[in-house]
Design a protein around this ligand. Structure first.
Ligand code: PEP
Length: 252
């Protein structure tokens, strides 16, 4: 089946208010059709970036969210707050949150469910460390992380899986086309068994990990790769849009 690729920029803890607005405007100016494009700025710039995206097809995303609706949770942000600002997609389980900030599978699972239940699009990030790949544990790790979804997903349009091998994130070392396709096909088969072949067929599976204009054509052309989650290369409109353009070309 033909899925519309989704190319999303994860700006992480980068940009200033003015560079965030500038970057968002440049993405809007250069946005191509035939691919879904989104950006996830730091929380504090969501409002300003949302205003810069207004009237365009570029989606606003958040890098994280808390599991509760409101209350005494100092420093946290709720799905209602994100929706108030026009956010349409939210990440859960990014490797930096798992491995740097120490988020455990239960919390990732709770966050994923909270995002989906709020009517937002969930991007669940999964992927193995280098030690796990070397120990041939990639499929086991990814299958376990997909288990964080539970059985509550019914709308495949609001579920996106980002396959991001930890060893490829921010390292300049991307997965090979074959490694990416193998993992993506495994994810789709796992979703087909857990849910249904039809749901699995409709879910977008993004590749993430040192995706750049010079490797995007080949990676995004893989049969089960439906766009990308992009860190470093999303901080420059030119490279981010070149990847979006590669996604359109790959879909032809
Ligand atoms: C990411 O953080 O999701 C990511 C893929 O980063 P980078 O593109 O910089 O490897």
């Amino acid at each position: 089946m033909k899925r519309v690729s989704f190319v999303a920029g994860n700006w992480k803890m980068n940009t200033t208010r003015s560079t965030a607005i500038e970057l968002a405007r440049a993405v809007v100016r250069g946005a191509v059709s035939g691919v879904e494009i989104g950006v996830a700025p730091p929380f504090v710039y969501l409002d300003a970036v949302g205003a810069a995206l207004a009237g365009s097809a570029v989606k606003l995303g958040a890098q994280d969210v808390y599991t509760e609706k409101s209350g005494a949770f100092t420093g946290e942000i709720s799905t209602d707050m994100l929706k108030d600002l026009g956010v349409s997609f939210v990440l859960a389980g990014h490797s930096e949150r798992r491995h740097v900030l120490g988020e455990k599978p239960d919390l990732v699972s709770h966050k994923a469910r909270t995002i989906y239940a709020a009517g937002l699009t969930l991007i669940l990030c999964v992927g193995e460390t280098l030690a796990q790949r070397d120990a041939n544990e990639t499929f086991t790790v990814v299958r376990t992380q997909l288990g964080e979804l539970g059985t509550w997903v019914t709308d495949p349009q609001r579920l996106v899986i980002a396959y991001e091998p930890v060893w490829a994130i921010g390292t300049g070392r991307n997965a090979t086309d074959a490694q990416a396709q193998e993992a993506h096909a495994f994810i789709r088969q796992t979703l087909a068994k857990t849910y249904s072949p039809d749901l699995a067929d409709h879910v977008r599976i993004q590749y993430g990990g040192s995706l750049k204009p010079d490797n995007a054509n080949a990676l995004l052309a893989q049969a089960d790769v439906d766009g990308g989650l992009i860190g470093g290369a999303s901080l420059k409109a030119e490279s981010f849009l070149a990847i979006a353009t590669a996604a359109v070309a790959a879909a032809r």
